[in-house]
Write a protein that binds this ligand. Structure first.
Ligand SMILES: NC(=O)c1ccc[n+]([C@@H]2O[C@H](COP(=O)([O-])OP(=O)(O)OC[C@H]3O[C@@H](n4cnc5c(N)ncnc54)[C@H](OP(=O)(O)O)[C@@H]3O)[C@@H](O)[C@H]2O)c1
Length: 259
């Protein structure tokens, strides 16, 4: 069995790689950090191929797909992604478009291309990494939450199309709350609640994907939150999320400056 994992150089992606390698899977790992990819290739052992790519660039997304072509991939894990913090009017436009390219466009392209291949052989699994943020609007991280809403809703829609086709191809969407990774350093904030480990998130998601489940929502607190938010009016929910986000601190422990 073979999997392509995007964003494999750290955090949840690295945990996916370790867990699948342990189960004897062959892997194709991608990320921008070539040195990290080589280290992982050596440390994980087994049959591991690597390809450095910046998924913010469309040509690199197609380069990754071409690299995988003819290699009989069984599983696509669309994990690469990051967040940006700040009021929408203040966040840098280039950074934000870059994030949308990674979180949405690259995932969209790879999902479509692999789905077509998987449908042809009536076999394969797509595991998309969204977030609990995908269930709601996210003031102070508006574009990030929006991007994860896209990933979540796209995955749910594809799941229904596959169900109608009685297809053996499966899709699962991982929606974690806070996970202890590099994510917050890159977004420039620290957690306001206790995070789960990336190993736990990855194991949980793989179990759900292998049992053909659509949703993987790890952690009781987050699961209850995703159920409860259905009964809260959108405007009230946004006010709650604003308060949660504004309580976050910078990675050096200071209050995040909000204009
Ligand atoms: N941590 C959380 O609290 C949390 C919660 C919910 C959802 N998530 C989601 O989980 C996923 C994994 O994040 P993480 O928490 O594991 O964070 P992380 O440790 O920062 O890992 C992010 C991964 O994405 C890759 N990546 C980022 N930009 C890229 C680009 N332009 N091109 C190619 N790869 C890129 C990084 O690789 P390179 O640096 O090598 O490019 C890295 O391997 C993301 O989609 C994130 O939105 C995280």
């Amino acid at each position: 069995m073979k999997a392509l994992i995007t964003g494999a150089t750290s955090g949840i992606g690295q945990s996916f790689a370790a867990k699948l390698a342990k189960r004897g899977w062959s892997l194709i790992l991608t990320g921008r950090n070539e040195k990290r990819l080589k280290e992982l290739q050596e440390s994980l052992g087994g049959n591991i191929e690597i390809i450095a790519a910046d998924l913010a660039k469309k040509e690199d997304v197609f380069k990754v797909y071409e690299f995988c072509k003819g290699k009989d991939v069984d599983m696509l894990i669309n994990n690469a992604g990051y967040g940006l913090f700040g009021k929408f009017e203040d966040t840098d436009l280039d950074d934000e478009v870059n994030m949308i390219n990674v979180n949405i466009t690259a995932l969209h392209i790879l999902t479509k291309l692999f789905l077509r291949d998987f449908k042809k052989k009536d076999h394969g699994t797509i595991l998309n990494v969204a977030s609990a943020a995908g269930f709601m609007a996210g003031p102070l991280m508006a574009a990030y939450y929006g991007s994860k809403n896209y990933v979540l809703k796209l995955s749910v829609a594809i799941w229904e199309e596959l169900r109608r086709d009685h297809s053996n191809v499966k899709i699962t969407v991982l929606c974690p709350g806070p996970v202890d990774t590099n994510f917050n350093n890159r977004a420039g904030v620290s957690f306001s609640v206790k995070p789960i480990t990336p190993d736990y998130a990855a194991e949980f998601a793989l179990d759900k994907a292998f049992s053909g489940k659509l949703f993987a929502v790890p952690g009781l607190f987050v699961k209850l939150g995703t159920v409860a938010q259905r009964f809260v009016p959108q405007k009230m929910l946004s006010a709650i999320v604003y308060n949660i986000q504004s309580a976050k601190k910078t990675s050096d422990g200071k209050e995040k400056a909000l204009k």
